[in-house]
Every structure is written in structure tokens, then in C-alpha cells.
Design a protein around this ligand. Sequence first.
Ligand code: GDP
Ligand code: IMO
Ligand code: MG
Length: 432
Amino acid sequence: MPLDIVIGTQWGDEGKGRVVDLFAENSHLVARYNGGDNAGHTVTVADKIYKLHVIPTGVIHPQTFCVLGNGMVINPGTVIEEMDMLRSTGVEINPARLMISDAAQLITPGHRLLDRAQDAALGKNQIGTTGRGIGPAYVDKAARSGLRVGEILDRHSFPDRLRAHFTDINKRLSALYSQPEIDVEKYTAEYLEKAESLRPYIKRIGPEIQTALKMGKTVLAEGAQGSLLDLEQGTYPFVTSSCTTAAGVFSGLGIGIQPVRKVVGVAKAFQTRVGSGPFPTEQAGEIASFLRGSGSKPWDEFGTTTGRPRRVGWLDLVLLRYTQEINGLTELFLTKLDILSGLEQIQVCVAYEREGRKIDMLDFSCDAKSLAQCVPVYESLPGWKEDLSLCRRWQDLPVNARAYIEAIEEKTGIPITTISVGSERTATIYRD
Ligand code: GDP
Ligand code: IMO
Ligand code: MG
């Protein structure tokens, strides 16, 4: 019963889509278990670039069966757009290979309006959300007033449930944020039309996944966001509203605790973040421009979902060790090593200090206030000049690039089994 999990180890955008695409080739079922269309997962196959927000990245391989889990929040409009985009590139989309959990929550345009109003109202303390309505949809879920995907199936009660929802959104928009009201009938009619097209895809997913596992088929869980954005273990309150860690797989897919073959942590060779929140190794100036890129290349550090420039900095091994602890990672997949080519020296953060004293990791807390007080302690490693994009074997890498990888392994205790040196499927180096 091989269950494999792919997790982001940083603040998202580590290259999970690219990694899932590689593993999906040998997987039967690929499932998203958290988040919604705040995610942006990019896969490059020859001259095609797929940017997926809700449908699992594994869908590009024709033999996979794909699942949107109950831990997700689903915006029907985005799902339909993505289905159309995939079909236009020749990817087959039908209910025989795509399922949406009846227990997932729905995101409505009302949630999006609330998300934006709420974040704007925070002023200088804003989280910088993606504005996709993620937080408000999970709030309604926790308040037990949310709309579930399965409700779409009930043609009698769903329209009234929607009307009640949009009426309630209006109350919140005007009372809390002095925002204009929306037209309840118009929003209800438009939403009903979109939601209706999801009908054939709605199922109870747990048994499907259980059956696949019992039959010995490979199930791949695709994490969205990153471990440091986890609602409970991340840099709270600058987090997303779902469980982004490996633990979320079991509740987010409704499969109970299962043996796991591997938990692959995806780590970028440097650190990035979109939105607000502490970032101890953040860089500005020349180093930042170097790491971010100018925006001319598809992999430059500009958000897939929002287009915002990502904040960038040196790799933080303290946080990587922390994400190992909270996920039980079995291995690391290191992405974007090629981007570091050309630096004289590369810094890695190996410890933190507070008020001039090293922080004992037992006293370490990842919440935003504590992390903001942490001062990184760096070790400097020699860089390399060579272009790595054509390296395909470990021995093709320059000595200093290999030393960089070995230093990460040594300081985190996590084996790095795979390295990528380009966005293309083939730009991958497998260690023995
Ligand atoms: P995700 O959200 O974790 O799936 O990551 P994103 O897709 O948001 O961002 C990762 C970006 O880096 C994408 O544009 C990928 O195509 C690109 N990428 C992934 N791995 C590599 C790599 O090894 N080298 C380069 N240059 N780009 C990469
Ligand atoms: P992928 O799956 C990077 C960030 C937002 C914001 C915070 C909360 O592509 O790695 P939200 O809209 O979720 O309420 O925003 O989380 N965020 C991401 N950052 N990659 C993502 O997804 C993200 N999804 C959310 O920028 O700081
Ligand atoms: Mg992304």
C-alpha cells in the first residue's frame, strides 16, 4: 500500500508541482488534501507550461486518477477554468479520472470579497493573502455554517442555502467593513450555474483511496503551500488557514492513519516568501535581485497565483530542521540549484541568536513574534560559476555545488535524494 507524500518545506512555491509531476508518472492516484486556488503549481513539459491552482498536478499524466480532497476549499469557477485550460492542451478531463470530495467546502465570491476587505482592514498588519477567499471559507467551515460541495447535488435546498449565505455575507461586509452589498439573486444564479457543472465529479472519496491502497496501488498526496504556512505549526498569524503538513493528508483525504512509504520535503536551494511575516534570512539589494530574477524567465520569483514579486533570502537550515520535525520527512528534493550559479559565496543560516545568545532549539518557536526576534547565524560556502542547467548526474555538478548539497544534508540530517537544475522534467539529478 504505498502512500507517498510531497510537502513544501518553506513558505510555498518550492517547486512541489514540478516534483509531483515527476512522481506522478509512476502513481495511480494523485490527491490534493488542503488549501484551494491560493496554490499555484507549475509544471514544464517541453514547450508547455501548466499552471495549476486546484486540480492535482498529476493530471497531466494520462494514467492517473485525480482527487480533490475533503480538506480542500473549492471555487467552482476556478475548477471549470482549469478543466477548460487542460482540455485545450489535450489533457483528458472526465469523471472517470477526476473526483471532488462531497465533504470539501465551497468558496464563493462572497468569501473572496470578505478576504480582501478583511486583509485591507488590517492595515500595516495585513497578511497579504492571495485574496482567493481561503480564510473566510475555512472560517465558515469551523463555524459549521459553510457550504459543502455535496450540497450541490440537492437541487431543492442548494439555491436557498446559497441565498442565505450571500445574505449573511452582505451583513458581514456592511457591518464589519462598510462595504457595499452584493446582489443576492444575481450572485446565487451565477454561482448555481457554475456549481452545477461540477455535479458529475462529486463523490465520497475516502473509499476510492482506501481501495487503491488495499490493491497495492501507489497513491501520491500533493501538498499545497508550505510547512511554514501551516495554520498550527507555521509563522502564525502570517499563515494560510489549512493544515499544510504531512499530518493533514489523513484527515484531508478521509483515509485514517496509513503506513507511509516516503514523505518527500521539497526545498528550494534558497528561501522565498510571498506576503507578510517574519523572514530571518531575507535579503535586499543586489543579492535579492540576483535570487529573484528580473521576471523575464518563467521561473523567476514572481507569484504564480498573484504575480507579486516574492521576497527572497538565503537558505534557512534552522527552519528546515524544524519542518523535518513537524512532517517526519524521509528525504529532500532540492530545487532551483541552478539559480545559485555565479555567486562568489553562498550563505546558509545554521543557527539563530536572540540578544546576542544562541537559541537552544528546545526553546525555539515558529510563531511570528518569536521568529521576528531571531537573528540568523550564517556559514559561508564557496559558490560556483558553471551553468548547471545541463547537469544530469551527480558527478556533472561542480565540486562546490556538491559541497553545498552535502553541507545541507550534514546540518539537517535529511538525505537529499533528488536535485533539480531547471524547470523542465528532464533537468533532474537522481542520487544513487
Ligand atoms: P509550487 O507552488 O511549489 O508548485 O512552486 P511554483 O510552481 O509556484 O514555483 C516554482 C517555480 O520554479 C516554477 O516556475 C517552476 O517551473 C520553477 N522550477 C522548479 N524547479 C526548478 C529548478 O530546479 N530550476 C529552475 N530554474 N526552475 C525551477
Ligand atoms: P503554493 O501551493 C506561496 C500565502 C499568501 C499569504 C498567506 C495567506 O503555490 O506553494 P491565503 O490566501 O492562503 O489566505 O494567504 O499564505 N500563500 C502562499 N504563498 N505559495 C502558496 O501556494 C501560497 N498559498 C498561500 O501569500 O502570505
Ligand atoms: Mg506556487
